[in-house]
Write a protein that binds this ligand. Structure first.
Ligand SMILES: CC(=O)SCCNC(=O)CCNC(=O)[C@H](O)C(C)(C)COP(=O)(O)OP(=O)(O)OC[C@H]1O[C@@H](n2cnc3c(N)ncnc32)[C@H](O)[C@@H]1OP(=O)(O)O
Ligand SMILES: O=C([O-])CC(=O)C(=O)O
Length: 488
């Protein structure tokens, strides 16, 4: 039924084929578009919803064509070890907004982080980091937006941004000292859910072809409200409930600056850090815990609030997003253990071994998929070299870049001894005065809304079905392979 609806003959023209082939190569072979390539969105209007609407049918048709042509091809296999081993590198899902190369790292719609830093619109007059809204536009549409498109999206988001007073009241009344900021964050997202356009539309019998519109509506409202929610949690938990009234922020604030000001920070450099932070943490293809949780829960047609809250519960795990909190704690502990001794390779090597011998991982190092230094780490390192080259903690992080990979290599277990994004973020935040490391994952969560919700809108636009892979028991494996002759 879905396929029949999608296979009208429109795409059989040569022009569409050329376009589709280009897209296919870009998203599946990870081929970057040349820098400065003309954006297909340019001149297509400034309304995100209308620009996105135009994208759906060609994409639908592309998927139908690929399924017709390659539907029976094997994308990936799954061995018994992979089934027990966290399904590492099993290719079994599609995800449009970003793609990861193990050596090179993440590309957002084909663009590397340095390319995004170069191409995406910046804050006027002299911002150097991309505007988070421009990344959302890119992730959703696949196009680098124009300044006018970003300006309209920002205006739309500003109109949606105020969090209902009763939700703030509930957040204010939470037991802040006992409730981790990520628990408060996930609870807040669930509280906002009552306004879900998707849930209301479904309850009112909306046609499934319209789901993406309600999903986009929810995505925009939720993303717009997250800075105030996140700041509320921060000010409640660490600043005695003294808030910066959003009414005092004026109209001109982008998501990064708005978040910075609501948190209580005034420095333009911190605004830039927030923009960079929100952009680089936004998306990391589809299989990471938070993105996959959003996809999975959303596939039951749970609305975007429900789905995103699920993703945030996954992000709160110490092997995933919470590692940023653990890194700062570990760095502080390292400094205490170092005491008066100098920060030499020998001393740091000894302390890293101490961490390993105590049965802990070294937070901020290693990765499930990456096999080189995370380009998000590099982007933050470049920010530090520009803005805080002499900071003590940055010096420590730099020194650990030399020491830890050698220790992990010597330990001989890790597949990737290099640092990931979480190794660097806390050091930048603490430099500007945001020292409460338990809070850091909330910032990661605000950013991750940009990628996971853009992707969720595509899930509904493409009519992706309920996700439900097959599981087997250990008993089943034993029986099944027992009956088969062993491979030589
Ligand atoms: C935003 C993000 O989510 S980025 C990741 C953030 N997480 C961290 O920084 C936590 C520290 N890193 C880790 O725990 C891991 O590297 C992970 C969870 C990120 C990836 O895990 P895996 O894909 O299983 O890694 P890998 O295959 O290399 O693991 C092999 C062994 O090395 C260990 N290992 C991996 N990384 C580290 C590390 N940083 N320190 C010590 N041991 C490590 C694993 O625990 C595993 O040990 P085991 O065989 O005793 O179970
Ligand atoms: O890709 C992963 O598994 C983890 C990660 O770095 C992210 O989600 O940002």
């Amino acid at each position: 039924m879905q396929l029949a609806r999608l296979s009208r003959p429109f795409w059989r023209g040569g022009t569409f084929r050329t376009w589709a082939t280009r897209c296919w190569r870009r998203s599946w072979v990870n081929e970057a578009r040349p820098l400065g390539a003309m954006s297909p969105s340019a001149g297509a209007g400034t309304n995100l919803k209308e620009v996105f609407r135009e994208k759906i049918e060609p994409m639908h048709k592309q998927v139908v064509e690929l399924r017709e042509k390659y539907g029976e091809e094997v994308l990936g296999t799954c061995t018994v070890s992979q089934a027990y081993g966290g399904m590492r590198s099993v290719k079994c899902m599609t995800y449009e907004t970003s793609l990861l190369d193990p050596e090179e790292g993440i590309r957002f719609r084909g663009y590397s982080i340095p390319e995004c830093q170069k191409l995406l619109p910046k804050a006027k007059p002299d911002g150097a980091e991309p505007l988070p809204e421009s990344l959302f536009w890119l992730l959703l549409t696949g196009d680098v937006p124009t300044d006018a498109q970003v300006a309209q999206l920002q205006e739309d988001m500003r109109e949606r941004a105020r969090v209902p007073a009763d939700v703030l009241k509930i957040l204010d009344s939470m037991p802040h000292e006992q409730l981790h900021p990520m628990s408060q964050f996930a609870a807040a997202i669930n509280l906002l859910q009552r306004e879900s356009a998707m849930a209301a539309a479904y309850a009112n019998g909306a046609n499934k072809s319209s789901y993406w519109e309600h999903c986009l509506e929810d995505a925009l409202t939720l993303i717009a409200r997250l800075p105030e929610v996140a700041a509320r949690i921060y000010r409640n938990t660490f600043h005695g409930g003294k808030h910066v009234p959003p009414g005092q922020l004026g109209d001109a604030h982008d998501m990064g600056k708005r978040l910075a000001r609501l948190l209580g920070f005034e420095s333009p450099e911190f605004d830039e850090l927030m923009r960079l932070y929100l952009v680089i943490h936004a998306d990391h293809e589809g299989g990471n815990v938070s993105a996959h949780a959003v996809r999975l829960v959303g596939s039951a047609l749970s609305d975007p609030y429900m789905a995103f809250a699920a993703g945030m519960n996954g992000l709160a795990g110490p092997l995933h997003g919470l590692a940023n909190q653990e890194v700062l704690r570990w760095l502080v502990q390292l400094r205490q253990r170092l005491g008066d001794r100098p920060m030499t390779t020998e001393n740091l090597t000894e302390l890293c071994w101490q961490t390993l011998n105590e049965g802990h991982v070294i937070p901020g190092f290693g990765h499930a998929v990456l096999r080189k230094t995370d380009p998000r780490y590099t982007a933050q390192r470049q920010f530090a070299l520009k803005h805080l080259p002499h900071d003590d903690m940055f010096q420590l992080v730099s020194k650990l870049y030399e020491v830890v990979p050698q220790v992990l290599e010597a330990q001989g277990k890790v597949k990737n001894p290099w640092p990931n994004v979480d190794q660097h973020s806390g050091v930048l935040l603490q430099y500007y005065g945001l020292r409460e490391s338990q809070y850091y994952t909330v910032l990661f969560g605000v950013s991750r809304s940009l990628g996971t919700l853009a992707s969720l809108v595509w899930d509904r636009a493409l009519g992706l079905p309920l996700e439900r892979p097959k599981s087997v028991t250990t008993e089943w494996i034993r029986e099944h392979f027992h009956k088969q002759p062993m491979k030589a």
